[in-house]
Design a protein around this ligand. Structure first.
Ligand SMILES: Cc1ncnc2c1ncn2[C@@H]1O[C@H](/C=C/CNC(=O)c2cc(-c3ccc(F)cc3)cc(O)c2O)[C@@H](O)[C@H]1O
Ligand SMILES: [Mg+2]
Length: 214
């Protein structure tokens, strides 16, 4: 049967990137998406903003919602301090399988815990299963209608502390209007929009950074 787009993306990484070199994996995926097939990775423009926020926060505890093929997982993991691991949640086993291979090709498997399952099911278990009290940094890039229920779940589960940073992709395209309204109007968050473009296109999109105020 015909291969899937994530499988073709993995082949492009294995062909064009250097094993153990995260930057070459990032570049190979961006090249594939610009020249062969568009895919919903955060991309190079928004990815640079992601990099700058991760570097600024220098987090000890990190969560990503929506691994997909692992592009942003690699972008984040390559910037973490030695000994720091990130947890990434992905409920599609086929995507998770590709992501594991892309993360391993980048040599970052020891910095990543990929959990196969849904955020709604796993967020309430994180404290006990991973011994984490709160997250310093959370990247939201899963189904856009899940952003709002999941941020409320973080609050209910006590997973945020004063200063926790949440960064959400696609707040314009495809859009997460209910999430935006919540973080921009809640007195418990300080929010800022980073304008950019939808990955690999000229369409408007951007990232919303929200700091939990406690
Ligand atoms: C509750 C739960 N738990 C665990 N994993 C979960 C989960 N909900 C979804 N996932 C996983 O995360 C990824 C899903 C990502 C959804 N992202 C987008 O839909 C997206 C779309 C575009 C886009 C923009 C313009 C267009 F014309 C077409 C598409 C751009 C993007 O950047 C996107 O992120 C995918 O791997 C899915 O299995
Ligand atoms: Mg996205």
């Amino acid at each position: 049967t015909r291969s899937t787009r994530p499988q073709r993306m993995l082949k492009a990484v294995q062909k064009n990137a250097t094993k153990g070199n995260p930057q070459s994996v990032i570049s190979a995926i961006d090249y594939f998406c610009k020249n062969s097939e568009w895919a919903m990775n955060v991309g190079d423009e928004k990815g640079s903003i992601l990099d700058s926020v991760v570097t600024e926060v220098n987090p000890s505890t990190v969560l990503e919602l929506g691994t997909y093929c692992g592009y942003s997982t690699v972008r984040i993991a390559r910037l973490l301090s030695p000994g720091t691991k990130l947890i990434t949640l992905e409920f599609n086993p086929a995507y998770a399988a590709v992501a594991r291979q892309i993360i391993a090709y980048a040599g970052l498997q020891d910095k990543v815990t990929l959990v196969e399952g849904s955020s709604g099911e796993w967020i309430p278990q994180i404290k006990e299963r991973f011994g984490i009290t709160t997250f310093d940094f959370i990247f939201l890039d899963h189904w856009k209608d899940q952003y709002l229920p999941d941020i409320k779940l973080f609050e209910e589960c006590g997973l945020l502390r004063k200063g926790s940073v949440l960064l959400a992709d696609n707040v314009i395209c495809p859009g997460a209007p209910d999430y935006l309204e919540y973080v921009r109007n809640s007195p418990r968050y300080e929010s800022r929009y980073y304008p950019a473009h939808l990955e690999y296109t000229k369409l408007e999109d951007g990232l919303e950074k929200s700091v939990f105020l406690g």
